[in-house]
Design a protein around this ligand. Structure first.
Ligand code: COA
Length: 259
């Protein structure tokens, strides 16, 4: 089987690129499994401080779940396919280090769902995003209705999922679905700049923050505030917190070690 992913390290930034450009990087079961393994590896490797996820080829980030593979599934298999993608995307969302989606083209269906499971999204001005499952007699199956609701609210979720119509990157920015839109020619450089910036930050603080947002986003304010205080306090045990505060007082750049 050909490699479904291309993985390359640029310093502490790991770039994971889905490599099925002839199928617009559609997510079949094998690609979902390859992504699951790639993110498990990136999580476990201390040399990796940030991951960037993208799609190879000139047209697509990911044009959705693989429709050819899905078309023949029985109901129980459809459910399993959904659970498979959902599990992988939950892994991405709960990664202990930042994951940036570099959206270089179509991010449709499972592609938008995958991008929304990343922590930050930076899109080329040529990208198009949407949840077109309704056109197939389906609904989002990898968490799209739930993550879009939390990210952009009820009106945007109902609009995108009920009409299935794609939106351009500028509208996605307006709706809060992406963090940043850049000219397509600058996408890689801008994403790497963001990646390197995050890679220079204190890894334990990044992890604490990601945990706070993941946990706090799903519980009441009292529990969320309590959780944040606990994470905040825990960081006082880290060498990096001492280094960060000392570097500020000594008017120099901190050098964080992840300890
Ligand atoms: N699943 C499987 N194959 C897909 C795919 C998907 N989600 N999206 C694209 N492809 C395949 C096409 O079938 C085609 O394969 P072929 O060359 O063997 O026929 C190839 O990728 C190129 O796609 P094509 O449709 O020819 O490109 P286009 O530029 O004309 O159109 C899109 C691009 C994205 C508008 C169109 O491919 C599309 O609508 N894709 C499906 C989007 C979708 O519904 N996603 C949600 C799935 S749940």
């Amino acid at each position: 089987m050909p490699d479904l992913l291309k993985i390359a390290d640029h310093g502490a930034v790991r770039v994971i690129a889905i490599d099925r450009p002839d199928k617009l990087n559609a997510l079949n079961a094998a690609t979902i499994d390859a992504l699951d393994a790639a993110f498990a590896d990136a999580a476990a490797d201390d040399a990796v401080r940030v991951a960037v996820l993208t799609g190879n080829g000139p047209k697509a980030f990911v044009a959705g779940a693989d429709i050819a593979e899905m078309s023949a599934l029985a109901p129980a298999q459809g459910r399993d396919f959904s659970l498979r993608g959902t599990r992988m995307m939950r892994r991405v969302e709960k990664m202990p280090k930042p994951v940036i989606a570099m959206i270089n083209g179509f991010a449709l269906g499972g592609g938008l769902e995958l991008a929304m499971s990343c922590h930050l999204r930076i899109a080329a001005d040529t990208a198009r995003l949407g949840q077109p499952e309704i056109n197939l007699g389906l609904i989002p199956g990898f968490g799209g209705s739930q993550r879009l609701l939390r990210l952009a609210g009820r009106a945007a979720t109902l609009e995108l999922c009920l009409t299935g119509a794609p939106i351009d990157a500028a509208r996605a920015l307006q709706l809060g679905i992406v963090n940043q839109v850049v000219p397509a020619a600058d996408l890689q450089a801008e994403t790497m700049r963001l990646g390197e910036r995050l890679a220079a930050a204190a890894p334990l603080a990044l992890r604490g923050l990601l945990d706070c947002v993941n946990v706090g986003g799903e519980c009441g304010i009292e529990e969320g505030l309590e959780y944040e205080s606990a994470q905040f306090g825990l960081l006082f045990a880290s060498a990096d917190m001492r280094e960060g505060t000392r570097a500020f007082l000594e008017k120099r750049k901190p050098a964080f070690q992840g300890r």
